[in-house]
Write a protein that binds this ligand. Structure first.
Ligand code: NAD
Length: 496
């Protein structure tokens, strides 16, 4: 599209460069950053080649062995606070960057994305200051006494590869703990969301963080910056958030170097609604957990199981509530959903909308593309969609769609529903809606997932563990779990 985007990037971001060794670096090759709202080109992104990734890794190594490595945790925390302060001061630019790149509502970018970006840096700066090791006093059979104690050291140079769905949130979720633990980083945002990443590099620069500590490279995955990072022998660990398939490819790439990995991958999450729930709260909860961010949150509920005695009433209420959701421009009053991230992703979501019908689904609402009769018709919008009638074996019940869609199935007993919830290749999150306290505890501990919410969804305390099992990931991040991943522990054993 040649006309100006309705939600443009701030002028300074119309050319987005890499940030390596404290310098903003242009390269000979650029790609377009495209608005998912109206298909307009927002700016040009300088793609990092293998040589630039190598420069970034070497700069990170020098910083690790130099000023950053020698700096105390208090000083590192002070600098992370300064980065957070810059984000807070440039709040509106970050909002504009996130909204332009992702097409999400302004209100969401304000309340969630940029706010959490700031909170991630401050929270981990605080937690890093109180991180401590263990000590063990030992007496051997021969009477010899020993003192064991552990010290934490940085893992080294961390490659951080991030997704497009929550760009600033994901980058800071990894940068906060990695940096407070004394590591240095090479960060790659998704090719779909270069803007807030470029601003984040500016924030690190403005805050006076030494060169080489935080490096940003733009580009794609295979054959581009992402693959160059994971294959680089100078990288000590990879932290990755994205699709399970990409996680598998990265695992192969790092296998020869036996590198540490932390993977936050996809989900096919279930929500269970019992007849004894607070009905209105459960309907509202499922609307949020299925359609927030146009369903592009790894934690979204794509499978909803509702106790048979309230099934028809629940489906009718959810349909009415979903049809009342406003889909539109990010700044419209009361807008709930924006576009999907891209036309390519919309093609994938729409292919599942078609597949569901082929697999025998009843489309309760949605299933297509909204018509606006303005520039949004060139955007990547889809309707929020509800299906019923699919067997648990259908592909639409087993594969992550990553769009605003849920399937509702009836169930008859606790035992039955727990088995169905766990009958999946994924293991990220689940929700239980009930007012029965014993049932809430009994059911939630039987979910094979890293997270279970009871009568809520997405509520997070950054100190709690976060992650998934099976295709949903490896390891836990959050609070001390992040500090443990981003530290190398040495045990020192002293004969007394
Ligand atoms: P993606 O896997 O397509 O891309 C993620 C990142 O990996 C991008 O930066 C991409 O350029 C890079 N990449 C792709 N192939 C690569 C390769 N071979 N080597 C190195 N890098 C490579 O994921 P996405 O589409 O950006 O994000 C959506 C997915 O992320 C969904 O599956 C979602 O569930 C998942 N996700 C999970 C969590 C979680 O915490 N579990 C959080 C957010 C998103």
């Amino acid at each position: 599209m040649t006309q100006p985007a309705r939600f443009p990037l701030p002028e300074s971001l119309q050319t987005m460069r890499n940030y390596v060794d404290g310098q903003f670096v242009a390269t000979g090759k650029t790609f377009d950053d495209v608005s998912p709202l109206d298909g307009c080109v927002l700016g040009q992104v300088h793609e990092a080649d293998t040589a630039l990734v190598d420069r970034a890794v070497q700069a990170a190594r020098r910083a690790l062995e130099g000023p950053w490595g020698r700096m105390g945790v208090q000083e590192r925390a002070r600098l992370l606070y300064r980065v957070a302060d810059v984000i807070e001061r440039r709040f509106d630019e970050f909002i504009a960057a996130e909204v332009a790149d992702t097409g999400r509502p302004l209100a969401q970018a304000r309340a969630l994305d940029v706010y959490r970006g700031i909170a991630n840096l401050r929270t981990f700066a605080d937690l890093g200051k109180v991180a401590h090791g263990d000590s063990f006093e030992t007496q051997l059979a021969n009477g010899q006494e020993l003192m064991n104690y552990t010290v934490r050291k940085p893992l080294g140079v961390i490659a951080s590869i991030c997704p497009w769905n929550l760009p600033l949130l994901s980058m800071t979720w990894k940068a906060g703990p990695a940096l407070i633990c004394g590591n240095t980083m090479v960060v790659k945002p998704s090719e779909e969301t270069p803007a807030s990443a470029t601003l984040l590099a500016e924030a690190f620069d403005e805050a006076g963080v030494p060169p080489g500590v935080f490096n940003l490279v733009h580009g794609f995955g295979p054959g581009s910056a992402g693959e160059a990072m994971t294959r680089h022998p100078g990288v000590d660990a990879v932290t990755f958030t994205g699709e399970s398939r990409t996680g598998a490819a990265i695992m192969k790439a790092v296998a020869d170097g036996v590198k540490d990995i932390s993977f936050e991958l996809g989900g096919k999450n279930a929500a269970v609604v019992f007849a004894d729930c607070d009905f209105e709260a459960a309907v509202e909860g499922i609307v949020k957990s299925s359609f927030t961010n146009s369903g592009q949150v790894c934690l979204c509920s794509e499978r909803v199981y509702v106790e048979r005695t309230i099934f028809e009433r629940f489906v009718a209420a959810l349909k009415a509530r979903t049809e009342a959701l406003k889909v539109g421009w990010p700044d419209e009053d009361g807008v709930f959903m924006g576009s999907l991230i891209s036309h390519e992703h919309r093609d994938k979501v729409l292919s599942y909308y078609r597949l569901a019908v082929q697999e025998g689904a009843t489309v309760v609402t949605g299933g297509g593309v909204p018509k606006f009769s303005d520039a949004r018709d060139h955007g990547a919008f889809v309707q929020p969609t509800i299906w019923t009638g699919l067997p648990d074996t259908a592909r639409c019940m087993r594969e992550e769609v990553f769009g605003p869609v849920c399937h509702i199935s009836p169930f008859d007993s606790e035992e039955e529903v727990i088995a169905r919830v766990n009958d999946t290749d994924y293991g990220l999150a689940g929700c239980v809606w009930t007012t029965n306290l014993q049932r809430a505890h009994r059911v939630s501990r039987q979910f094979h997932t890293g997270i279970v919410w009871v009568n809520t969804w997405f509520s997070r305390d950054l100190r709690t563990p976060f992650g998934g099992s099976r295709l949903s990931g490896i390891g836990r991040e959050g609070g001390r779990y992040s500090l443990d991943f981003y530290s190398e522990t040495t045990n020192i054993c002293l004969a007394l």
